[in-house]
Design a protein around this ligand. Structure first.
Ligand code: KG4
Ligand code: ZN
Length: 343
């Protein structure tokens, strides 16, 4: 089955063609990062306009790259949310138009859930070997752990009560003037530092064994920098970054282990921007006793292959001719109008 995935939830327009949920025939991502840089963050209205300019061209190029035509596509999957509503509506409206004109099923997909499918792309293992599993979605906006019995079944076990893990990397990088996105910059600098140089706080451990918290760690870093301001040099910043990284990633490992005590699983799927961190892979392989699957670098951050991936499994579960897929009366959802089941 060929599924076309369409993603426009934030500042990346992405389109992909995927065969049978795992084989990527083409995947294009158009980043708006340069456009938003001057504003110091993503401007929702600008993002929506940029999506509109590129989306049709990108769809045509993506079909060409996959060496297929729109007639060959069996279903279209599109991000419904969470995200910037204006940006989402561009992708959704385009997908609706395409689906109606070509009489194809249209499958709305949860972006955060879809991230997990980034870890399944190109994986040899059968789904019987992978599920039930835990799935970590660790990005700039989310730190979620799901228990999954199948590729479409998401039980939220843990989430952050304040900042997300990637967000804390970004904030600490900003504190030291390292630029955006912070994760890769901190990871690089931490390689030159001593991860045991500074003792980090572990407040959240006392509150909950399952939920994440990163804002205390960020505040601690602000105060640590202030305390050492007069003697701050590159070596000390590298030590601070390494110590921060160890704690930020360590929290992910500890919470994953806590979840493992509640559920019997065959594997762990790791997804989202933070999954690109090599130190995290090292900690996980040392501490987690079941096989872990990480996405290729291209599928850690936002992409449309992951959208097509979840779309494929929803199509398999409900059947391509399900009437829900021909009902176009739904719209986007943002991050803030979610019930916890949609997180
Ligand atoms: O999934 P993603 O590309 O975008 C969303 O947030 O949806 O994740 C981006 C986040 C940023 O916060 C970035 O700093 C973080 O992932 N990140 C990393 C690394 N690469 C990206 N965090 C830690 N280490 C990395 N190597
Ligand atoms: Zn994302």
């Amino acid at each position: 089955m060929l599924v076309m995935g369409i993603e426009s939830s934030c500042d990346e327009t992405a389109i992909s063609v995927l065969r049978d949920g795992k084989e990527v025939l083409s995947s294009n991502v158009y980043s708006q990062i340069e456009t938003h840089k001057v504003f110091g963050g993503v401007v929702p209205e600008v993002a929506a306009r940029e999506h509109l300019k590129i989306i049709h061209k990108l769809a045509i190029r993506t079909l060409e790259d996959a060496k297929v035509t729109i007639e060959d596509i069996d279903a279209i999957a599109v991000t419904r949310g969470p995200g910037l509503v204006g940006a989402l509506l561009v992708g959704i409206s385009y997908a609706k138009g395409l689906a109606m004109a070509t009489k194809k099923p249209l499958i709305p997909v949860n972006h955060v859930h879809a991230h997990v499918h980034g870890a399944l792309l190109g994986v040899d293992a059968s789904n019987d070997e992978i599920f039930p599993c835990l799935a970590l979605v660790i990005s700039g906006g989310h730190s979620n752990i799901y228990f999954m019995e199948s590729p479409t079944d998401y039980e939220l076990m843990a989430y952050t009560i304040d900042d997300a893990c990637g967000e804390s990397f970004d904030k600490v990088a900003k504190l030291f003037g390292l630029g955006y996105p912070g994760g890769p910059r901190i990871e690089k600098l931490a390689q030159q530092g001593d991860e045991n140089a500074f003792k980090m706080p572990r407040m959240v451990e006392q509150k909950s064994k399952l939920y994440f918290s990163y804002s205390g760690l960020k505040t601690f870093m602000v105060n640590l920098k202030k305390k050492h301001d007069s003697e701050l040099n590159e070596d000390m910043i590298a030590d601070m970054c390494a110590s921060f990284q160890k704690e930020a990633l360590g929290q992910l490992v500890r919470k994953t282990k806590s979840c493992l005590t509640h559920k019997r699983v065959k594997s762990i799927l790791v997804a989202g921007g933070v999954a690109a961190n090599k130190k995290f892979k090292e900690y996980v392989s040392k501490d987690i006793p079941v096989p872990c699957y990480f996405p290729n670098l291209a599928y850690c951050s936002d992409n449309a292959a992951m959208i097509a991936g979840l779309g494929y499994y929803i199509a398999i579960e409900k059947g391509l001719d399900n009437k829900d897929f021909y009902n176009y009366g739904w719209d986007a959802f943002s991050r803030y109008d979610l019930s916890s089941s949609k997180r």
